[in-house]
Design a protein around this ligand. Sequence first.
Ligand code: BTN
Length: 258
Amino acid sequence: MQPQWFKLDSVHSTNVFLREKVRVGEASLAAAWALEQHAGRGRLGRTWLSPEGGLYLSLSCPVHPSLSPTLYSVAVGVAAAEVLHEEYTTDIWLKWPNDFILPCKEKNESDTKMGGILAEYVLDAPQAPHVVVGLGMNVNTQVALPEGDHGLRPTSLQELTGTSLSVDMLAETIGHRVFVMWEALSSGHLRQFDLVLRWKEKLNTLGRRVRVQTPSETIEGLARDIASNLALILEDEHGTQRTIQTGDCVHLRPTSSE
Ligand code: BTN
């Protein structure tokens, strides 16, 4: 299947735009990217400020019946981090489940965040359920993070690299890599296990003390690993292993004894 590309100047939200296209059968494997969004959406109902200079890219595809839908967000996170490493020699990290961060260097500093991912589902698409994964990244912009992204300072690729990057080039390179990954996942040439290994290499959360707000509780502990169903395995203060499917995660600063 050849991917469709929608290049937009200004849109409310690339995720909403693409969800609508998918819902009415006008898109399936597709990418939408915009120079700016005027109603960008973040996770947990937050607003994603989206002035010109940032990357606002959404990618849609049918959900493969034997693959976890979460895997598509993982693929986008891995693709973006790998493209930045390989093409721009720039290392960025992921905070579970899918924020792009730079970890703090000093104990009294906090991590900085330059982007995030929002996955949404179109269950009533004509042929099959679809997933739309939206990637937002501060490239040449440095905007405030939404309320609720506590403990994180905003940063941008420009601040990190000291130079402005081509947003077009990033959108095309990351989008293309994601489509190649999706094709390989659907045909079985890329195993979930191998993709998750690549994800874990970029996941700065593992080995850190975290606080996770799930829909039902707040859990604090040490992030140990990723389960086969892509959940976070956390060891709580009683030494009990907890498996967390979804939540808002904060990296806690190391204590003075660590
Ligand atoms: C987060 O809260 O960290 C996720 C932010 C995701 C923002 C992107 S920008 C492209 C796509 N369109 C949207 O409205 N949101 C996502």
